[in-house]
Design a protein around this ligand. Structure first.
Ligand code: RP5
Length: 171
């Protein structure tokens, strides 16, 4: 059975709302994504099995979202040669700082590409996955270029609006 190219894993269903921001971006690119709840602490063997099988199933990029003592991304990277993108989430009184440090500070040789905490991190994890896949997919590379152009247009539009507002106010 062939798999989507991106597999997104989260430590708990309580992470789903934020991680859906990644699914939305991937959908926008037309990238299919498998979504699973697999906890590095509560179901470590299942995480290991999943990560070890992922590449053979055709998965190309793993995204992991987890909060608190977030070891999910690191556990996937320990068990799989695939690129792993880690999204630290807010899930404790430490407001994501705990998850950020646990995700980003991997020992040398076991890489996790850690993005920002929370929603922007989830969004960027999806864009980064798209850019990785676009290296070997021309059509997707075109979509990535379109997305970047749209961001430039948006900022330029905001700039024009602010210039106009300042001009109006100075009259
Ligand atoms: C982490 O613990 C999960 O990724 C989640 O962010 C956090 C809290 O999990 P729940 O207690 O809400 O299931 O492993």
């Amino acid at each position: 059975m062939s798999s989507p190219q991106v597999a997104m894993v989260m430590g708990s269903s309580s992470d789903l709302e934020v991680m859906m921001n990644a699914v939305k971006v991937l959908k926008g690119y037309g990238i299919e994504c498998e979504v699973r709840v697999l906890s590095a602490h509560r179901a470590p063997d299942v995480v290991g099995e999943f990560a070890r099988a992922a590449a053979d199933r055709g998965v190309k990029v793993l995204i992991a979202g987890a909060g608190a003592a977030a070891h999910l991304a690191g556990a996937l990277a320990a068990h799989s040669p695939l690129p792993v993108i880690g999204v630290p989430l807010v899930a404790s009184p430490l407001a994501g700082f705990d998850a950020l440090l646990a995700t980003v500070q991997m020992p040398g040789g076991v890489p996790v590409a850690t993005v920002g905490v929370g929603k922007a991190g989830a969004v960027n994890a999806a864009h980064l996955a798209a850019r990785i896949l676009a290296l070997s997919d021309e059509e997707l590379a075109g979509k990535v270029a379109d997305d970047r152009a749209a961001q430039i247009d948006k900022v330029m539009r905001m700039d024009r609006e602010v210039q106009k507002q300042l001009e109006d106010e100075s009259r």
